[in-house]
Design a binder for this molecule. Structure first.
Ligand code: PLP
Length: 395
């Protein structure tokens, strides 16, 4: 059967390949500690689950409006006001099947064939593939360690051409955990406004921030930024609701209307009872969310200490739940005669030695690997013991 050229140009996900390898090794009886998870290891809090059960019992099982239940959109409007000091009309909010779907619809409605989208690297690999699926051209800007792996106003200015439509910003970042300060965002916003482009601001990890660092949305910084930013968010990470598939965006009215039309022909509404439960999620439970955040923070500190003890460098994360480990000093070394020539071979050989993590290559950072701290403390202890042993055997 013919496979379209468009589909053929999309590579398979490295994460899925690693997961398949882990499955295979486990089926052969091997013990593997997985640090690949992009999701909290906590269950969804009971009160949210109960709310979905209640929705099912009450027959909330029908289509909802494409852009989401009015009550959920109201809860999202309130969330933006309270958390971000952003005022939106409900018509500017679109609820989708996860933030991934929100992002896709936003890119689809912004980008024409050949339009350029600026991506500061390292970045979450889905951005690049979604831009390509939509016919756009990713313009990758390699950020620098001395700037905390964040794009500078000069780098942004230099990357903009007359084909540039938008910049994708992700703060807190997957994979580096970097967070842009208000000052840094102001400086970027000045370039965005002067050059007349837009921003897609992926703020899915906004509540997972540490060391008293504050999350600021670039949309808050000027009337221009409010009118030219699409804010992406969702319940997956903050509320341990990855499987429920509820994401949302806030966009200027005309763009929101376009996204609504497109979504009406792609996925239509997100799951009705998951939307209902998301109203509950967004309307309280701060103490449970805080307890999950504190647990992530403990693990983050613990892992950083272990890496310090091992003499291994990493980017100290201020947010999200990933540690990006610098493996450059291991590249060129070998393990039992097998040479490590980059992050993929490092990850592959390490997986065979009992620890699965994500190579940095698809994030455009081949000198790094990503480990998640959304895993149990027991797994962290055992996994890092194995990593230490692995490293000690490299020649
Ligand atoms: C930066 C970033 N944005 C968006 C998402 C997608 O989240 P969702 O589960 O809501 O689709 C992820 C998930 O890994 C992510 O890391």
């Amino acid at each position: 059967m013919k496979i379209s050229k468009k589909a053929q140009s999309i590579p398979s996900s490295v994460t899925l390949e690693i997961s398949a390898k882990v499955k295979q090794l486990k089926s052969e009886g091997k013990s593997i500690i997985g640090f690949t998870a992009g999701e909290p290891n906590f269950n969804t809090p009971d009160y949210i689950v109960d709310s979905a059960k209640e929705a099912l019992d009450n027959g909330v099982t029908k289509y909802t409006p494409v852009a989401g239940m009015p009550e959920l959109k109201e809860a999202i409007v309130k969330k933006f006001k309270v958390d971000n000091n952003l005022d939106y009309d409900p018509s500017q909010i679109i609820v989708s099947n996860g933030a991934k779907s929100s992002l896709f619809h936003a890119i689809y409605c912004l980008v024409d064939e050949g339009d350029e989208v600026i991506l500061p690297a390292p970045f979450w690999f889905t951005y690049e593939e979604q831009i390509k699926i939509c016919g756009g051209k990713p313009v990758i800007v390699q950020t620098k360690p001395e700037n905390g792996y964040k794009i500078t106003p000069e780098e942004l200015d230099n990357a903009i051409t007359d084909k540039t439509v938008t910049l994708i910003l992700n703060s807190p970042s997957n994979p580096t955990g970097a967070i842009y300060t208000e000052e840094e965002l102001k400086a970027l916003a000045e370039v965005v406004e002067r050059r007349g482009i837009t921003v897609i601001s992926d703020e899915i990890y906004e509540k997972l921030v540490y060391d008293n660092v504050k999350h600021v949305s670039i949309a808050t910084l000027s009337p221009y930024m409010k009118e030219n930013t699409i804010v992406i968010n969702g319940v997956s990470k903050t509320y341990a609701m990855t499987g429920w598939r509820i994401g949302y965006l806030a966009a200027p009215k005309a763009l929101a209307a376009a996204i609504n039309r497109v979504q009406g022909h792609t996925t239509s509404n997100a799951c009705s009872f998951a939307q209902y439960a998301s109203i509950t999620a967004l309307s309280g439970g701060e103490d449970i969310i805080e307890s999950m955040r504190l647990e992530f923070d403990n693990r983050r500190k613990y892992m950083c200490d272990l890496l310090d003890d091992m003499g291994v460098s990493y980017i100290k994360p201020q947010g999200a739940f990933y540690l990006f480990i610098d493996i450059s000093k291991f590249i060129g070394k070998s393990f039992n005669g097998r040479v490590i020539d980059g992050s993929v071979s490092f990850a592959s050989i390490l997986t065979e030695n009992g620890v699965a993590l994500i190579p940095g290559l698809p994030f455009h950072a081949d000198n790094f690997v990503r480990v998640s701290y959304a895993v149990s403390m027991d797994d962290i202890k055992e996994g890092f013991k194995r990593i230490k042993e692995f490293i000690s055997k490299l020649k």
